[in-house]
Design a binder for this molecule. Structure first.
Ligand SMILES: Nc1ncnc2c1ncn2[C@@H]1O[C@H](COP(=O)(O)OP(=O)(O)OP(=O)(O)O)[C@@H](O)[C@H]1O
Length: 775
């Protein structure tokens, strides 16, 4: 028998003497520890800098740090992909600080997807440099939405290492690059931290912002080298190459030490007396189960981070854990807290210190603490609900075991009542042995590319060879015929009066924005893009802002306003919408006799018809009807058709077509995130007995972004894997005739009716077989 590990012992102790059901544990595995591989400091690092590193506690670099640093120093773009807490910062600090010390003009730019992470990096850099007069001229400085106007001016004139994010780079730096001429002329390094974050629409926008950055730096006479870092990046060299549009070298051999990590997969049991939609059984929620584990671990003295998907989930889980502790160990109640986005930097720092010092033993958090935060001494991580990607799962898992002594840790994934989570806790290899997913980006999506072309032309005239390199010939021709771009001798210019930068929301919105306003205080709570407003901020919708709940009173799409008031109801809402699809173009197709699978361009017309109010226990409270205007989205879809004869042959009679296809569609939407790094809310679907464009039983799964964010393309490329996993998920679910863990969808426009679970298994089996037969 295997020796008990730190993790198994902790789990065992926590479960002993509680009513926790051990049958919830579906899998347990142990990832072995690893010892450090050190090398000497590269000879090009100045002695003063080596002394500063040693003083900060780093005696020698690990192998991967020196390898990546050396490549970067010698002007090769590097993708560094090594584990969490493997000291990726040192890998770029070495060459950047060395060059900045040797060449008094050179500059560097650091980009992170969040402001908080940039602030952490500056803090650790400042602490490294403090007390060394020879570094005072480096002046690292943040330049983001929180930076005061005077500091911005100062930073432009004096800072040699700017810390910013892609949003600010786009709107605040590239848009006014003339004011940054000195900085760009000497730009030697660009750090793109936490690269795996740049996926989907945000990734495509960032890829174009980076291309614009490189061309501006080059036109100013510089030739910067890029390092991209991540603990969880598939094919790192290719991923960085796609992101910056230039070849990069990968460094993946990890020389840092690692403790033993025990991973447990956990499926909460069905609740005995509760039923959901159409009488379906309901499982205990991932949040409630996570709170129970959090309280148990805290009682055992294990410092634990518990990740939840929503801010509200964070608040509720912390509250519930404290409530449980009040009964069993009241002295520990105040050692548990909630952490959510929206905290000020100082509060966040205090909280991180309280976790590091052990004053706080348990913290429930959103993914705000997932990225690169260096908190030491954590023993356990609870992942309350699969976070959507394997990459995120490992990022969250990697927050534990960061202490240098043993570094042993326990990670528990608690499944939500949803097909993907169900699948993963019963197929551990699909989570634990699968490489992290490739980041899906598509910078040639014309809806994303076109506005960036205007920005690029406004920054510097566009050259034909750049247009070719960006694959932008058609988009430029369209802009020219619309009179937005004009050709002159020096290249393409924007037409007078065109100011394109403000029209881009690089976090995903394409098109207009709806402002969400609290009518009791007139405070702006946030924005949502117009296309998504009817399904997210419809009247009656629950909206969460920084952990506070609001209920929407009114949505005015023409004025771009959603009005809300604060309220703390004990229910959540999910919009119900109907969908129509028209196929506008077949991009690729594969005919396998009775089955056709195709990648198609489509126009999707949505109409929100109501919403469902669900109690936090999972019980459905009621369904409310709504009449919202229809909206059309041009995007990409994966589509399959099956002949009626083939369906009947496998025992799905005509009367069962709608339920079988509908259930197969729901489950496939739930499982697409397995093959494309997306969230189930990024995609939608439609199934029909006979579609006007195909005259056959047809299922569509479409990308929820204008022009597509690459998710449907990925589903098409991985179609057989995706369908096989979907079939497995549905058939391994223990419910009788369909539940949220397999074929029910939280956003179904038809109230999850009709659904035929057995029919779906037959359809999915049939597709899998025909696809391979047609191979
Ligand atoms: N060569 C080294 N020897 C000892 N300690 C080191 C070494 N390099 C880095 N460290 C320490 O390891 C810790 C983690 O470093 P860092 O935060 O840079 O890791 P990371 O790889 O960026 O982590 P994540 O991916 O989780 O953000 C820091 O406390 C750092 O001081």
């Amino acid at each position: 028998m295997r020796e008990p590990t730190f993790g198994t012992e902790l789990l065992h102790r926590s479960m002993a003497g509680t009513d926790t059901d051990s049958s919830c544990l579906t899998h347990l595995s142990v990832i072995a520890s690893r010892t450090a591989a050190f090398v000497e400091w590269p000879e090009w690092v100045p002695a003063d800098l080596v002394a500063a590193f040693i003083e900060s506690g780093i005696d020698r670099p690990w192998t991967h740090q020196a390898a990546a640093a050396d490549l970067l120093y010698h002007r090769k773009h590097v993708a560094l992909c090594t584990g969490t807490a493997s000291g990726k910062s040192l890998a770029y600090q070495m060459p950047i600080l060395s060059t900045l010390m040797k060449d008094p003009h050179s500059t560097a730019l650091y980009l992170s997807p969040t402001k908080a992470l940039g602030a952490d990096q500056i803090r650790s850099l400042t602490s490294l440099l403090s007390g060394h007069r020879e570094f005072t001229h480096l002046q690292p400085c943040a330049y983001d939405g929180d930076t005061d106007v005077e500091i911005r001016q100062w930073a432009r004139a004096h800072s040699r290492w700017i810390f910013t994010n892609p949003d600010m780079l786009h709107i605040g730096i590239l848009a006014g690059h003339a004011r940054w001429r000195h900085f760009f002329r000497h730009l030697r390094y660009i750090v793109v931290d936490e690269c795996h974050h740049y996926r989907g629409v945000f990734g495509s926008h960032t890829a174009l912002v980076l291309r614009r950055l490189l061309r501006i730096a080059r036109s100013a006479g510089a030739d910067p080298t890029v390092i991209g870092t991540s603990a969880t990046m598939a094919e790192p060299a290719d991923a960085l190459t796609r992101l910056i549009g230039e070849p990069a070298v990968g460094v993946v051999e990890d020389g840092s030490p690692r403790g033993e990590r025990t991973v447990a997969l956990w499926e909460p049991d069905f609740l005995p007396a509760v039923t959901g939609e159409h009488g379906a059984p309901v499982r205990r929620s991932a949040g409630a189960e996570s709170a129970r584990l959090l309280a148990d671990f805290v009682v055992e003295g294990a410092r634990t981070l518990c990740f939840l998907r929503s801010r509200r989930g964070v608040e509720l889980t912390a509250r519930q854990a404290r409530h449980l502790l009040a009964q069993s160990a009241p002295e520990l109640v105040d050692r548990v807290a909630a952490y959510r986005a929206g905290y000020l930097a100082d509060d966040r720092r205090r909280l991180e210190q309280a976790i590091s010092s052990g004053d706080l033993v348990g913290v429930a958090t959103t993914n705000a603490l997932e990225l690169g935060v260096d908190i030491s001494g954590l023993d356990a991580v609870i992942v309350g609900g699969y976070p959507g990607t394997v990459a995120s799962f490992w990022q969250q898992a990697g927050r534990a075991g960061r202490q240098r002594t043993s570094g042993d840790s326990l990670v528990v994934l608690v499944a939500r009542d949803d097909p993907l989570d169900t699948y993963l806790v019963h197929h551990p290899e699909a989570l634990l042995s699968r490489p992290v997913e490739a980041t899906v980006t598509d910078p040639t999506n014309p809806y994303i590319l076109t506005p960036h072309l205007l920005c690029a032309a406004a920054e510097l005239p566009l050259q034909d060879k750049e247009i070719e390199a960006w694959g932008a010939g058609e988009a430029v021709a369209a802009l020219a015929s619309d009179g937005m771009l004009k050709r002159r001798k020096a290249g393409w210019y924007v037409a007078p009066g065109v100011e394109p930068h403000g029209d881009i929301d690089i976090r995903g919105g394409i098109g207009g924005q709806v402002l969400i306003v609290d009518t009791t205080t007139s405070q702006l709570l946030g924005t949502v893009d117009t296309g998504r407003a009817p399904s997210t901020v419809h009247p009656g919708a629950l909206h969460i802002h920084q952990g506070q709940s609001y209920v929407i009173d009114e949505l005015d799409l023409s004025d771009g306003l959603a009005l809300a008031h604060p309220e703390e109801p004990d229910w959540t809402t999910a919009a119900r919408e109907t969908t129509d699809i028209t196929v506008t173009n077949v991009v690729d197709r594969r005919d396998c006799d009775a089955l056709t699978v195709a990648l198609v361009d489509v126009d999707v017309t949505h109409q929100v018809v109501g919403y469902l109010r669900t109690l936090l226990s999972g019980e459905v409270l009621d369904a409310v009807e709504l009449d919202m205007p229809p909206q059309t989205l041009s995007t990409r879809a994966v589509m399959y058709t099956i002949t009626p004869e083939a369906l009947e042959e496998v025992g799905v009679t005509v009367g069962r077509f709608p339920g079988a296809l509908h259930a197969a569609e729901h489950a496939a939407i739930g499982l697409l995130p397995l093959v494309a790094s997306c969230d189930r809310w990024d995609i939608g679907g439609l199934s029909t007995n006979s579609h006007p464009d195909t005259a056959l039983p047809t299922v569509f799964v479409y990308d929820g972004y204008l022009g597509g964010a690459g998710f449907a393309d990925r589903g098409y490329a991985a179609f057989p894997t995706w369908i096989a996993a979907t079939r497995d998920a549905v058939s391994s679910c223990r419910c009788e005739s369909g539940c949220p863990s397999c074929v029910q969808s939280p956003k179904c426009g038809n109230g999850n009716h009709p659904l035929d679970k057995d029919g779906a298994i037959k359809v999915l089996t049939l597709i899998g077989r025909r696809y391979w037969d047609g191979a």
